[in-house]
Ligand binder design. Structure first.
Ligand SMILES: CC(C)(COP(=O)(O)OP(=O)(O)OC[C@H]1O[C@@H](n2cnc3c(N)ncnc32)[C@H](O)[C@@H]1OP(=O)(O)O)[C@@H](O)C(=O)NCCC(=O)NCCS
Length: 184
């Protein structure tokens, strides 16, 4: 146990000493790293995101390739050297009535939270979508108790538009889900 704690501390310290992360789009060769990132996230058993089993590497690769071909969706990665430390996935509405709108999800590796990685990822996504013609809305869903996420989104201009009462159970029992959006 002590060994695990000291290795976590060493990892945190090492990360603290590293430079800022860089943000870039995911490409096919990132599939293995993304799968590892998502598996580690799943293993944390978080109560802020859906607990479904993480995708296989093949599933991630197919999704990255489909996304790259789509032009209306993307995966953004936060990289520290070769390591994926944060991931944002974003896709545009498919229906005629929602083609001007995108939705996204973001997550950051355990040892990288609270250091501005999600902010950088989300700001990059906003900057990019604002360049897309005819788009004027970015939306997301968030557990009502996810304070750091809500703080982050609100600080970037997102507004809570609705609350689906007791609509999600992420391991704490049924709780409210916030519907948040940024429009321009
Ligand atoms: C939510 C999550 C993506 C945030 O990522 P992050 O990289 O830690 O976020 P950032 O460091 O960019 O920003 C977090 C902000 O919230 C603030 N914050 C952190 N904990 C907070 C809390 N309990 N209450 C209010 N604000 C808080 C931070 O100070 C920071 O604000 P600042 O930039 O003004 O200092 C990350 O915690 C995560 O991956 N969680 C697990 C998956 C998840 O919940 N995803 C979101 C689903 S909606």
């Amino acid at each position: 146990m002590r060994q695990m704690e000291s290795s976590s501390l060493a990892q945190t310290k090492q990360h603290t000493q590293e430079k800022r992360v860089t943000i870039r789009r995911a490409t096919t060769p990132d599939a293995a790293g993304m799968t590892a990132f998502l598996s580690a996230l799943h293993a944390e058993n978080l109560n802020t995101i859906c607990r479904r089993a993480p995708p296989t590497e093949d599933e991630v690769r197919i999704s990255v390739e489909k996304t790259a071909a789509d032009m209306r969706s993307f995966y953004l990665l936060a990289m520290s050297g070769d390591e994926i430390v944060g991931l944002l996935d974003l896709s545009a509405g498919e229906n005629g009535h929602s083609r001007h709108s995108v939705r996204f999800g973001v997550s950051v590796g355990k040892y990288w939270r609270g250091r501005g990685v999600a902010r950088e990822l989300t700001e990059s996504a906003i900057r990019e979508v604002k360049l897309w013609p005819h788009f004027c809305r970015i939306e997301l869903e968030c557990a009502a108790h996810n304070e750091s996420a809500i703080y982050l989104y609100e600080s970037l201009g997102f507004v809570t538009e609705g609350r689906k009462r007791k609509s999600m159970d992420l391991g704490r029992g049924p709780e409210d889900m916030l519907l948040m959006a940024l429009v321009w």
